[in-house]
Design a protein around this ligand. Sequence first.
Ligand code: DAH
Length: 349
Amino acid sequence: MNSTEWKEKLSFIRNDFFNSAIKSNSGDISALETEYIGRKGFLTFLLKDLKNFSLEEKKILGPLGNTLKAEITDKISELKNKFGSLSSSGLKNDFDLTLSARPYPKGSLHPITQTINKMTEIFLKLGFSVAEGPFIENEYYNFEALNIPEDHSSRDMHDTFYASIKDSKNRNLLLRTHTSPVQIRTMEKLKPPLRVISPGRVFRRDAIDASHSFVFYQIEGFYVDKNVSMADLKWTLETFIKELFGEKVKLRFRPSYFPFVEPGAGVVMPCVFCSGQKGTCPGCKGTGWIEVLGAGTIHPKVLKYCGYDSDAWSGFAFGAGVERFAMLLFGIKDMRVLYENDLRILKQL
Ligand code: DAH
């Protein structure tokens, strides 16, 4: 080989190398390195050939060969940097594997849904099943069968959203004001013993403020069996509250009146905002206690309305405001936060 042929070979190797380098991907950089500047590489061979040339020729050809070797070495390290240490093969070189992934916004359940799920799960573990009822009710299920008398203030136009039409039995239609009608609908359909909860939306003619809204959520619960007593109610509610807020929480049952239970109780727990310390806490209006449930043993009249023999069967019932629980669980003092759906807040809950 004379010096012209040597130079042509060198130029051929250069073109060949740079063409291959353009097409290379993370998997073949090392192969490329071995192929051109490895111990038996194309360029290595050509450089070895220099020993057959005269000193004069070596002075010209040597630097040419070394320059290409330096160029190839630089390119190889540039490619290695580009692909980093990831050498999984098969990826095209227009993927930049060093770029971090694009952030992908993740959705989450609304705090009210989270609260309903939490509460429901506990009752499922206690053997309750879930039933649902319609939002549009009639007076019979919402009031009459629950022993709510004709002149009770909750039947008032000021409290209840009435529709201007009646149902086929000439009963006034309305948006249910509580989840208690689901008790009646379920007992009508099923025979005791029964253990049922019913979460859902309810409607009242209330103005919106920190603790009221015209649409909100309740969870109703009831249990009918032989010899069900206040003691069963107390155990069930205490177990439920302890599961939600911890073993140390103490409940108080205070006498209260709801037409569909007898006796009736208002269930209170120590305020989570001031730890029951009273004073000027807005969470409990300074009383140190927060009412979390209404409850009682089911009124015999209600059992009779549903066709149950009230001498053979007895039961307890309870109703809870879901928003109240959401506020206690998430430490929210103003209920409106739950309805405004400000993403900056929802993302934290
Ligand atoms: N329905 C009642 C309300 O909306 C809550 C309630 C109280 C439900 C006592 C019950 C109960 O089942 O026993 O205010």
